[in-house]
Structures are given as structure tokens and as C-alpha cells.
Write a protein that binds this ligand. Structure first.
Ligand SMILES: [Cu+2]
Length: 144
């Protein structure tokens, strides 16, 4: 239920951009109901080769910090993205708060990446170097 809601929001945002609307970013902002930051922050360790914890339930408005504590490069891709290039394209075209993730080139050992999850939904993610959606190195954030 929540997955389809988030997906439809992203799709409409992409359509607005591709239609050449005058101000796609403001259109996206008014489309998605966001929650203000709640001051909470959690950390997910990125190890070789897993996310710890791999499942986390948080309240909307929580900041999530991913820390690469491993010895290898990793990435964090939404399940809808197939590789680093796809993520880079997504982030360049979609400024909505549900567009998130980090490419491996920017997430080497010692790096951290943070994102404010301010739209409720289920966010499934994985590392394309060491996994696939739902297999190997993957995780799920449930934002309510
Ligand atoms: Cu990895």
C-alpha cells in the first residue's frame, strides 16, 4: 500500500519534469506531503558486505546516517535503480525528498551519507556491488 503510494508520487514527479513544466521542483514540493525534521537521527553501519541493521523502523522526519565502516566501496541504491549511473541520473532530475541514495564513487571507506526521511513509506535499498534488490547486501527502511 505504502510502496505504491510512494511510487506514484515519484512517477508523477518524473512526468512533470519530462513534460517540461516551467517549475517542476515547486510542483513536486506541493505534490508530496512532507513531515518537518523531528530532531532524531539514527545510524546504519555499512559493512563488508551488509547493512547493520538491515531493517529499521523510524518516524517520518528522522535523519538516517549511513557510515561506510568497511574496507570496500559500497553504494546505496533504491530498488528501482540498477546502478550508480542510474542513481546519478535520478538525483540530477528529481529533487523530491523521496529521491535518495549514494553512488559508490562517493561512498568509499570512512565516508558517510545522510538523508532526511520526511515522507512516510517503505524504502527498500541495496548495494549493486554486493547484492541485488532483496538479495545479498540489501535493507529496508520503514518510515511511518
Ligand atoms: Cu557493497
Amino acid at each position: 500500500m505504502k510502496i505504491s503510494l510512494v511510487s506514484s508520487i515519484v512517477v508523477s514527479a518524473v512526468l512533470l519534469v519530462s513534460c517540461g513544466a516551467d517549475s517542476p521542483e515547486s510542483a513536486v514540493t506541493t505534490t508530496i506531503a512532507t513531515v518537518p525534521p523531528n530532531g532524531e537521527s539514527i545510524t546504519i553501519q555499512v559493512l563488508d558486505n551488509s547493512y547493520r541493521p538491515s531493517e529499521y523502523e523510524i518516524k517520518a522526519g528522522t535523519e538516517v546516517v549511513f557510515e561506510n565502516r568497511g574496507r570496500n566501496d559500497h553504494n546505496i541504491l533504491p530498488d528501482t535503480i540498477t546502478d550508480d549511473a542510474g542513481l546519478t541520473t535520478l538525483l540530477a532530475s528529481d529533487m523530491s525528498p523521496t529521491a535518495w541514495g549514494i553512488a559508490s564513487t562517493a561512498f568509499t571507506p570512512g565516508d558517510s551519507y545522510k538523508h532526511l526521511f520526511n515522507v512516510p513509506g517503505v524504502y527498500k535499498f541495496y548495494c549493486s556491488i554486493h547484492g541485488a534488490p532483496g538479495a545479498g547486501m540489501y535493507g529496508t527502511l520503514t518510515v511511518s
